[in-house]
Design a protein around this ligand. Structure first.
Ligand code: BES
Ligand code: ZN
Length: 448
């Protein structure tokens, strides 16, 4: 087998683990995948170990040149867990049996995040084979990113000495488009909540009681509709209070991405766009905070009709946040607003879930210019784009807080890769490209 065939076979093995962190039945799968990573890192010449947590294990793997010379050290983060994937969601094949389609690998996790972290592993392995990486490195690969990274902060704190580094790098974000190298300089944060309303103590016959007894679904839909005003702005009092004003260069950088509203609409496959007035789609996604209803449940959802007046109704909500919003404060504001607007005719329960802080790092400072140079080199001298990402990687702000370093977000995913969706893909050629970028980045960082 040629090297590239071995690489592809390894990548496919990685993808075959159905590491769905949201599914408690996958406990053993998570441990198996962590062991596979530990072994792979070992074969690549790194010293790997598995750190157990209350949830999925974390894999640490380090390589250092040794000796007494002062060298830079880089932390490379990734996650081996993936979002749920079911045939019923629209997959055209088994999500955990990778296959090739026009140069793209189709499988759950192919881009988010297995392909992207694997590219960095390949870069470091290559460098070690050729005599050593340009900096010391420590990989941190966790299995709970898609459920909020609850246990990773503890590991960072417990292993603070081992994880001491000059800067972190992460490929878990989008590029502006195919072959358009991109440095992401900010991420949105998140506050997740669940709200449950209870009306009658049990489901009732809607003919016998309807019209006389409160229907919790009706009340819930009113409450949820009130999360936005008629202009599509979030209507929770105090929600925008701490939102930072973006600089003029940032709006220019957003414009230079040349991602039109029509392009965003095409990617989404949606008949229309919606959002805050005064901002382009790409600005709404990167620069503005939002309220989203992610799921709503209540009453009868089976086939055919059922005349029931339900006892309960509930919804899952998330709020995407921008600097300097605090997820705990936002969760409190939302809870207060929902409780205040909820009529006394139903019982309301609001349960805060995971949260993550937004992140911002000026790309013109620190290691930012080094990252720009490396990205450009890896993409044959192409101009680098600067992006504010709408998604969240909770650990980035924790890395800053606990280890005191910034993170360079150098993602390899494409907007069309369908992360979290059916038939997720990753261009197979980006493994090699990513490995090249990794090596250029370590080199540039070593020279700062
Ligand atoms: N890779 C994503 C974050 C992301 C998505 C960055 C799109 C850039 C573009 C990450 O794996 C993710 O999905 N994060 C979750 C975190 C949440 C569950 C706390 C997210 O953003 O929903
Ligand atoms: Zn994800």
């Amino acid at each position: 087998m040629s090297l590239s065939e071995i690489v592809k076979a390894d990548y496919f093995d990685f993808l075959r683990f159905p590491t769905v962190s949201a599914d408690p039945a996958r406990d053993q799968t998570m441990r198996d995948c962590a062991s596979w990573l530990e072994k792979k890192f070992g074969e690549m010449g790194l010293e790997a170990e598995i750190v157990a947590t209350a949830g999925a294990p974390v894999v640490l793997a380090k390589w250092s040149k040794g000796g007494s010379g002062k060298r830079r050290k880089v932390l490379i983060y990734g996650h081996y867990d993936v979002q749920p994937a079911e045939m019923g969601d629209g997959w055209t094949g088994d999500p955990f049996e990778p296959r090739m389609l026009d140069g793209m690998v189709v499988a759950r996790g192919s881009t988010d995040n297995k392909g992207q972290i694997f590219a960095h592993m390949l870069g470091v392995a290559e460098a070690i084979r050729e005599g050593g990486a340009a900096t010391d490195v420590i990989f941190v690969v966790e299995g709970e990113e898609e459920v909020g990274s609850d246990n990773l902060e503890g590991v960072l704190r417990a292993r603070k000495d081992d994880l001491k580094c000059d800067v972190a790098i992460i490929s878990d974000t989008n590029m502006a488009g195919p072959n358009r190298p991109t440095l992401t300089y900010g991420l949105r944060g998140i506050a997740a909540l669940e709200v449950e309303l209870t009306g009658p103590s049990h489901d009732l016959h809607s003919g016998v009681y309807g019209g006389a007894v409160v229907n919790p679904i009706t009340v819930l839909t009113r409450l949820l509709a009130g999360l936005h005003d008629e202009k599509n702005r979030v209507a929770v009092p105090g929600f925008y209070k701490k939102v930072r004003k973006v600089a003029a260069w940032e709006r220019l950088a957003a414009k230079n991405l040349k991602v039109s509203d029509a392009e965003v609409q095409r990617q989404a496959g949606s008949p229309a766009l919606a959002g805050e007035p005064g901002f382009s789609a790409i600005e709404r996604i990167g620069m503005r905070p939002t309220a989203e209803i992610n799921g709503i449940t209540g009453g009868y959802q089976g086939p055919g009709p059922k005349t029931v007046l339900p006892s309960k109704a509930s919804a899952k909500l998330t709020f995407r946040l921008v600097p300097h919003q605090d997820p705990r404060e936002i969760a409190r504001l939302v809870e207060r607003d929902l409780k205040k607007r909820c009529p006394k005719t139903v019982k309301i329960k609001v349960t805060p879930q995971h949260g993550g802080f937004p992140y911002f790092c000026d790309p013109k400072k620190g290691f930012g210019p080094a990252a720009s140079r490396a990205l450009s080199q890896a993409w044959d001298g192409k101009k680098v784009h600067y992006l504010l990402e709408g998604g969240t990687i909770p650990i980035v702000s924790v890395i800053k807080k606990v280890l005191g370093v910034e993170t360079l977000l150098v993602g390899l995913s494409l907007p069309d890769c369908r992360a979290h969706g059916p038939d997720e893909t990753f261009p197979i050629g980006y493994l090699e490209r990513g490995a090249k970028m990794n090596r250029a980045l370590l080199r540039e960082i070593s020279e700062v």
